[in-house]
Design a protein around this ligand. Structure first.
Ligand code: PLP
Length: 301
């Protein structure tokens, strides 16, 4: 058997050996965690997911993540596999069993296992549910934020309902790999009108030369990021100037600052776009301050 240590990837050393996954009602060793070959998530990407930050052993913004999960399921007409409070117990138990202090929780629900047929399976087919959790090295993440990241722009080629957090992520996978190949960490999708929609796994923001924060409005063209929503509360509270509107790649090149947000990256400064430095090429003051203050506004239970 190969080594299961995730050392070198920023995840807790040796931790993988004792990881536990929740799969359809059972807590099983991570290395033995399996779903059926006819699971519709596997065959059709017919499912949804959530990624939730874990901080000091607690789930961050669980309520908002559960609200978004229920919305995604409803849009795809997949039943919630168990009542919300029971699901909350499973999520917390998975965090506890994996002894995660700082890290992320992953939850996936699919339309279940059925004989392969594109149309929905017979009524009563149980949705499949998988929950995993893994710790990360907070110091390393903070170091990454102190350096900032490079992004590249790529043409938007996703379906027009990316507001649904579906596991169907092939364009995102290809975009992220294009970023890696270019020595960058994230790819920003740019629509036919030349405007940035969002990152392959993050929402995109800029700070204009005159100090306004700009991020695209939530419609069907972006995912309504929970980190984005929490940040909006923070901005309102601090009286910062915000414009929810699309911005072009050219506007981003000329911006004073840029950053991305997600549950796993929180607020991550962008220091380069398509090889051009953003501002003075160092993480922006505003992005760094928002990152520092984020958890004062996030809910933790
Ligand atoms: N946009 C996309 C495409 C994502 O995949 C994600 C997170 O995975 C986000 C935005 C950020 O969402 P959140 O802040 O809820 O993590």
């Amino acid at each position: 058997m190969g080594t299961l240590s995730l050392q070198g990837e920023g995840w807790g050393e040796g931790h993988a050996l004792s990881r536990i996954a929740y799969v359809n009602g059972r807590y099983v060793p991570h290395r033995a965690a399996c779903v059926h070959v006819e699971d519709r998530g596997y065959q059709f990407s017919d499912g949804v997911y959530e990624v939730c930050e874990v901080r000091a052993g607690r789930l961050v913004d669980e309520r908002r993540h559960m609200d978004r999960l229920e919305r995604s399921l409803k849009e795809l007409r997949i039943a919630m596999p168990m009542p919300r409070n029971a699901l909350g117990v499973v999520l917390r138990e998975t965090v506890a069993r994996n002894r995660v202090r700082d890290g992320i929780l992953y939850l996936q629900i699919t339309r279940g296992v059925a004989r392969r047929d594109h149309a929905f399976p017979p009524p009563g087919t149980a949705p499949s549910i998988v929950v995993t959790a893994k710790g990360y090295d907070l110091d390393r993440l903070e170091q990454g934020a102190a350096d900032g990241i490079a992004v590249i722009s790529v043409p938007e080629n996703r379906w027009p309902r990316v507001d649904i957090k579906s596991v169907s992520l092939l364009p995102n996978v290809l975009a992220k790999q294009a970023a890696r190949d270019a020595g960058a960490k994230e790819a920003w999708f740019v629509d036919a009108a030349g405007r940035v929609t969002e990152g392959s796994s993050t929402n995109a923001w800029i700070v204009t030369r005159d100090g306004k924060l700009v991020t695209r409005q939530t419609d069907h063209a972006i995912l309504r990021g929970i980190t984005r929503t929490v940040l909006l509360d923070l901005l309102k509270d601090q009286g910062l100037r915000l414009e929810e509107r699309p911005f072009s790649v050219e506007e981003a090149y000329a911006a004073r600052e840029a950053f991305v947000t997600s549950a796993s990256q929180i607020v991550m400064p962008v220091v380069q776009i398509d090889g051009r430095p953003v501002g003075n090429g160092a993480p922006g003051l505003l992005a760094s301050a928002l990152r520092r203050d984020f958890h004062k506004y996030a809910e933790s239970a």
